[in-house]
Design a protein around this ligand. Structure first.
Ligand code: AMP
Length: 188
């Protein structure tokens, strides 16, 4: 089973993806985590991504699509994968479809975790305090930028998956367990 997880920063995608990974044996492919690892390792991809990420902007569609295409080939994706943070633009969604077709794979379910903006701001402030600022982009200014980009560029991808009948909307403004239960229902 291959899943896409959509949701704004702070919606709980990472938490839910970890639970899906455990319960369904799927690989968790967070493009944010992959890019942060590339930055830490000082690879070419990391060097290209760092300043863009720090500013809360999006790296190029081509760069991120290539990163995902390589990652999907790895052994832990054999049972399926959860895409977390990709696609984030319509061109990325279209590139993903072409890429999966060439690998004779497909997306089975698209989950949108919906949380109001004012709740997200509180959650990110909490995450920043708890992690001692480990993520350079977890600050109020950058969060505003990341939320604006989510609404401008990522939310318009949702109708693309709604039209194909794959989209399931999950109320993310609930306790973690309740959100997980809703996701299980959507996958059943
Ligand atoms: P995230 O951890 O998903 O919030 O991602 C952190 C940052 O990585 C984003 O703000 C972007 O700069 C970059 N990034 C992650 N995924 C993508 C993507 N699919 N397209 C473009 N940039 C991305």
């Amino acid at each position: 089973m291959n899943i896409i997880l959509f949701g704004p920063p702070g919606a709980g995608k990472g938490t839910q993806a970890d639970l899906l990974k455990r319960d369904y044996g799927l690989a968790h492919l967070s493009t944010g985590d992959m890019l942060r690892a590339a930055v830490a390792a000082g690879t070419d991809v990391g060097l290209q991504a760092k300043s863009v990420m720090d500013a809360g902007k999006l790296v190029s569609d081509e760069l991120i699509t290539n990163v995902v295409a390589d990652r999907i080939e790895e052994a832990d994706c054999a049972k399926g994968f959860i895409l977390d943070g990709f696609p984030r633009t319509l061109p990325q969604a279209q590139a993903l479809d072409r890429m999966l077709e060439s690998k004779t794979k497909q997306i089975d379910v698209v989950l949108e975790i919906r949380v109001p903006d004012d709740i997200l701001v509180g959650r990110i402030e909490k995450r920043a305090a708890e992690t001692g600022g480990a993520r350079a982009d977890d600050n109020p200014e950058t969060l505003k930028q990341r939320l604006a980009i989510y609404h401008e560029q990522t939310a318009p991808v949702l109708p693309y998956y709604d039209q194909s009948g794959h989209l399931r909307v999950i109320d993310g403004n609930q306790p973690v367990d309740t959100v997980t239960a809703s996701i299980r229902d959507a996958l059943a």
